[in-house]
Design a protein around this ligand. Sequence first.
Ligand code: CA
Length: 229
Amino acid sequence: MEAKILVVEDEKDIARMIDYNLKKEGYRTILLHDGSYAAMTAGKERPDLILLDLMLPGLDGLDVCRRLKADAKTSRIPIIMLTAKSEESDKILGLGLGADDYVTKPFSVKELLARVQAVLRRARPATVPADKFKVGTLELDISKVEARVKGTAVELTSKEFELLKALAFSDGRVLSREDLLGKVWGMDAALEVETRTVDVHVGTLRKKLKSEGKRIITVKNYGYRFEGQ
Ligand code: CA
């Protein structure tokens, strides 16, 4: 089955050009011209990749990206952002919002297709979520909901375990407090639970992980990053 690609682009000519060329390569496509329904559509259709324009009516590309990454149903779908300027692109990657790549407009069909192929190829193994995670002396067993440091089980609350899981599986990306609230406490809770809650939980999690706690790195004024090396 060929990969299914969701294209969110309000400029109709560009959208048509992308759609035409993706189909020509055998991909299946879904087109949206507005950001408002992008996250919902992604949740329903489960595309293999999302091409997401930055400047969109309704909800802009960054907000759509945030929503996608905060929802467990869509957080693993790779995203290629379409941006107007390279400075914007740098900002997007720097924000750690989880975009996998970006293409700067105007782009050639050849360049776009090359990026699409590369991101899809990288994403393939990740479609089967890993059940076990090991770095240093820290081990996570997702199906058993178990964390060990130096072979000794660490007693974690369910929220602490989910928090550790979200951080450990973030591939070194910076996660904002809002990202973590969405992942661990759920989208709705993200509106009600204070972001300070995340800091408190990170604090206890660090203590409980002892020597491995230092892997959770504070990114000032933004959130947290997990040091996997
Ligand atoms: Ca646009």
